[in-house]
Design a protein around this ligand. Structure first.
Ligand code: ADP
Length: 434
């Protein structure tokens, strides 16, 4: 702001100086042209009419010969020395500095005065005298600028105080939220200052999302606690039973069998939670390895076939499907899908696992003819801890599909599902072909 004002002042100074100089020269020219009309030559003699002026406004006149001899009029004392030697130049305005004061001088040839070696009307003006009224204008503009500057500064001070007051309020709200972690608080977003209102709205949107995340986190923690409680209670009950009632080796074996199963379940849950947390925090930077879905599907199916009871058979229809990504994570996804298919198939059920390429995607598809999923459950199965029917799924926690979906998304892919109650389900993992 100040710099702008300074630049303006300098500009005014330069422009006014140029304008003043131009105007003085113009006035000098006009005065000479007017006054020279009062001079004439008759029979070789100079005639000076009564209207001739030796001084008009700030311009002084004298008549000089080509050789600088003064014919009429008089130089002021301070200029005598200088101008007496200042050669004659027809119709050219020139400047000369005498004792620090600037003068403009102009000569004009008097018509038909050649006979007398040429006579000239010489006019000169002192810059300081002529420019005084210009300086008034110049100083008025300086004052105007200073006035405007003061008003603008006062306004700026006033508004900046008000704005900083509003910003302080926002900071206080932020501090309060930080101190109490009270996510329900919001900033005033109906502020009269548009920019502050926009900032407050953006902050409030961020707080909305943070509150949501906090709530999800709280829900997540409570779900974990809830899910862990059952196996831990079973373990505790078994311990108490063996301590108080177990008498035979079989009793101990049974109790330890139950404890082992429940511990395995807890361990599985912890592993899944750790995978989640790694994926959430982006700590698990995805490995960029070559992924051969055929190989993975084969290995997973073989393992699951060995484990599968009740005459469930897994058929494979594997066609080339190669991409890149994190093998460890993709194995988890295919394992979850095949495990679920086995888990929710009927006795002697058939499961088909296929791989291949569809457009820009490679896919791994797991199709079962098991219990199927109801439409109202279908939209929830990817939520953490969601289980359609807990009684049928004693081993799971409802984490497998949400973890699988997250892994697929991290790879730029997705999991699609179609299912019909009583007929079976089809889960397909799609990954971008690279
Ligand atoms: P879980 O570890 O409990 O299996 P998932 O996240 O893998 O957790 O699955 C969530 C729920 O979706 C399961 O509890 C089950 O009710 C349903 N589900 C998943 N896959 C199938 C399937 N192939 N057939 C029927 N229901 C399934």
């Amino acid at each position: 702001m100040l710099i702008m004002a300074l630049i303006m002042l300098v500009m005014i100074r330069i422009l006014s100086n140029t304008a003043v100089e131009y105007d003085i020269k113009q006035d000098l020219r006009k005065s000479i042209e007017q006054n020279i009309r009062n001079l004439s030559m008759e029979n070789g003699n100079l005639q000076i009419s009564e209207d001739f002026q030796y001084e008009s406004e700030n311009v002084r006149f004298l008549i000089v010969r080509q050789d600088l001899e003064v014919i009429s009029g008089e130089y002021p004392k301070e200029l005598q020395e200088m101008l007496q030697e200042f050669s004659v130049k027809n119709r050219v305005s020139r400047s000369i500095v005498v004792d620090g004061a600037k003068y403009y001088v102009r000569d004009e040839h008097i018509r038909r005065s050649w006979l007398k070696n040429g006579l000239y009307l010489r006019g000169f003006v002192k810059k300081a005298d002529a420019e005084s009224h210009y300086r008034v204008i110049e100083w008025s503009s300086y004052l105007c600028i200073a006035g405007v500057l003061c008003v603008v500064l006062a306004c700026e001070l006033f508004w900046s105080k008000r704005i900083s007051k509003e910003l302080k309020k926002m900071c206080q709200t932020a501090e309060r939220i930080g101190l109490n972690l009270d996510m329900s608080q919001r900033m005033e977003d109906d502020n009269r200052f548009q920019e502050i209102a926009v900032l407050a709205q953006a902050n409030n949107r961020m707080l909305d999302r943070m509150e949501q995340t906090f709530q999800m986190q709280e829900q997540f923690t409570s779900d974990i606690a809830h899910e862990l409680r059952t196996p831990v209670s079973v373990v505790m009950a078994q311990c108490q039973y063996t301590q108080e009632r177990a008498v035979s080796k079989e009793d101990f074996d049974t109790a330890f069998g139950v404890i082992y199963k429940q511990s395995k379940k807890i361990d599985m849950m912890i592993t899944q939670l750790l995978n989640f947390s790694r994926l959430d925090q982006d700590r698990a930077l995805l490995q960029e390895e070559t992924i051969d879905l055929v190989e993975i599907a084969e290995s997973v199916c073989e393992t699951q076939q060995e484990k599968a009871k009740d005459g469930i058979s897994i058929r494979m229809h594997l066609e080339e499907a190669v991409t890149t990504g994190d093998i460890g994570l993709i194995v988890i996804v295919i394992q979850n899908l095949v495990t679920n298919a086995v888990k929710f198939s009927h006795e002697g059920g058939q499961i088909d696992v296929s791989t291949g390429i569809e457009g820009e995607w490679v896919y791994a598809r797991v199709e079962d003819r098991g219990i199927g999923i109801a439409p109202e459950d279908l939209e929830n199965i990817f939520r953490r801890f969601y289980q359609c029917d807990t009684s049928r799924n004693a081993e799971g926690f409802g984490l497998g599909l949400s973890l699988s979906e997250k892994i697929a998304q991290k790879h730029g892919g997705r999991i699609s599902v179609s299912s019909e109650v009583g007929k079976g389900s089809v889960f397909t993992l799609y990954l971008p072909q690279k």
